[in-house]
Design a protein around this ligand. Structure first.
Ligand code: R5P
Length: 316
């Protein structure tokens, strides 16, 4: 059996350390720094020959820097005769740019997939891609993990679920995610009819389903500027929801996100914001709770190494 090596760049060292702790395997001695001119410098200080290597690197802010770190670590591993190189990418950048919305748009998610594929990476582990079809952009195997068990377990432990709770999808694209979430909680769903007049601007048109008197959990894959989730929370609260929880896998939290979310918590519109640690929070604020996906990633690595099923982790 090949030896397992875990390594990371600078994107989310806390998560990488937590995965390493879960597996009881130390992070390999790798230095990922910068040359004087800002170019990425990678030095692998131990042999990786024939090893089963896992690079844990989230492609969060600063995305372009973190992407380059991942690619150069992979290239260094390939040239050092690593056995198999698996990139564990908790947050996949550019994932929302998966089609041409306007003429002459790039398809950035596809280009990034092509670059990753030729970098030497043989296998990919991702969590909650914005669109499942992005898996098909890669010419290598992709294991697609879901944060759903981590999030639903939290809500169940807080006593939510059943008919008094409603799971809300903040847009039509998230209905399957909300339905799967609701199935675990034994709750009904509601759907927000969202419109985007311009990029990064979200407007609520209608709410489909009953939210009055219920505890509402809005579930999304990403909170970016927080326009989608805060507008959804306000609309649901106006329709008589008793409490509103905002949950997502990837807390991108760019631009006005923290202000919007803090204000919504302060005003009592949102009771709690529940996110995972696929992206480290740049700023902690009142009302936000971070759940870890480290245990899930560690289990996926263990299963990949021993050739066991990943899909069984999500069969419930
Ligand atoms: C859209 O497809 C995603 O699922 C999220 O709803 C969106 O990225 C959230 O963006 P924002 O927080 O900027 O409204």
């Amino acid at each position: 059996m090949k030896q397992v090596k875990l390594m990371t760049g600078n994107s989310n060292p806390q998560l990488a350390r937590a995965v390493s702790g879960n597996l009881g395997i130390p992070l390999a001695d790798v230095t990922v720094g910068r040359f004087s001119d800002g170019e990425v410098q990678v030095v692998i200080n131990e042999s990786v020959r024939d090893c089963d290597v896992y690079i844990i690197q989230s492609l969060c802010h600063p995305a372009n820097e973190n992407i380059m770190e991942l690619l150069l670590i992979a290239d260094a591993l390939k040239r050092a005769s690593a056995g198999r190189i698996t990139a564990v990418i908790p947050y996949y950048a550019y994932g929302r740019q998966d089609r041409k919305v306007n003429p002459r748009d790039p398809i950035s998610a596809k280009l990034l997939a092509d670059i990753i594929t030729i970098s030497g990476i043989n296998h990919l582990v991702v969590i909650d891609l914005n669109a499942r079809q992005v898996e098909g952009f890669f010419g290598i195997p992709v294991d697609h993990l879901q944060a759903r068990p981590v999030l639903t377990e939290y809500f169940l432990s807080e006593g939510l679920g059943g008919e008094d709770t409603v799971v809300v999808s903040p847009d039509i694209g998230g209905v399957t995610r909300a339905r799967n979430f609701a199935r675990v909680l034994g709750s009904p769903i509601a759907i927000i009819d969202k419109r985007r007049p311009r990029p990064n601007v979200a407007e609520v048109m209608n709410i489909i389903g009953e939210v009055k008197g219920k505890k509402a959990i809005i579930i999304d894959d990403i909170i970016d500027t927080a326009g989608t989730i805060v507008n959804a929370a306000r609309a649901i609260k106006e329709k008589g929801a008793e409490e509103v929880y905002a949950a997502c896998t990837h807390p991108v939290f760019s631009g006005p996100a923290v202000d919007r979310l803090s204000k919504a918590v302060e005003e009592g519109v949102i009771k709690e914001i529940i996110v995972t640690d696929t992206i480290p929070l740049r700023e902690k604020f009142e009302g936000v709770k971070v759940l870890t996906v480290a245990g899930m990633i560690a289990e996926a690595i263990r299963r990949i190494h021993f050739g066991e099923s990943i899909s069984r982790m999500f069969n419930f």
